[in-house]
Design a protein around this ligand. Sequence first.
Ligand SMILES: [Zn+2]
Length: 247
Amino acid sequence: MPASTERGIYRDPPLRLINPQGRSPVLLVCEHASRYIPAELEQLGLDEAASREHIAWDIGALALAETLAERLDAPLLAAGYSRLLIDLNRPLTAPDSIPEHSEIYPIPGNRGLSEANRIERQRQLFEPFHRTLGELIDQRLADGLPLRLVGVHSFTPCYRGVQRPWEAGVLFGRAERYARRIIEGLRRDGGEIGANQPYDIDPAEDMTVPVHGDERGIDAVLIEIRNDGLRDPSGVAAWAERLYPWL
Ligand SMILES: [Zn+2]
């Protein structure tokens, strides 16, 4: 059977690897880079506005990650599909690995999903991403190169009707020293920077930091930027300039 048929409706690549030969110790990961949902899934029953908004992806995160990849000469692994299909930054055992709700929106296309469809998303989207990330890490370690993992995300300024005060947050588990360096660096410019805010790292709910970082003894953080700071190219460029010296 030709490969295109084996991939079913997931014909587009599940991931993009940008600047794979980058020489920085930083390896950038952008799990919520894309809002792409194959046409056959009819936007999972969401209306156009909902599927364009932050529930489908992290607005501005890919642009920031790409700018950082260039600035740092770092490799970047980015998702090719929307997190609503399967969330690459959650373990498969998390209840909202394939969410039936996101904030105020029900996601009709994920309700009553068959086991076969669930396994297909795991096999076509989740497994290649994490296999590639694992291999990138293995290669760096085998080459004796230093390595730090940085997840690049964005969050919405207002969640369930509550305004969030942080401009950005740095989320961490075991890599507290590395995280503190970034937090202190960003705080020099003023502005409110969260430490494990607006979320924290929970091995039951997070994937990249606990599994690829903390469990392997590699410094790993997740950077969250409030998405009103990433809505245009000048905002993205400003955040990249602010962040890169501390990574
Ligand atoms: Zn995210």
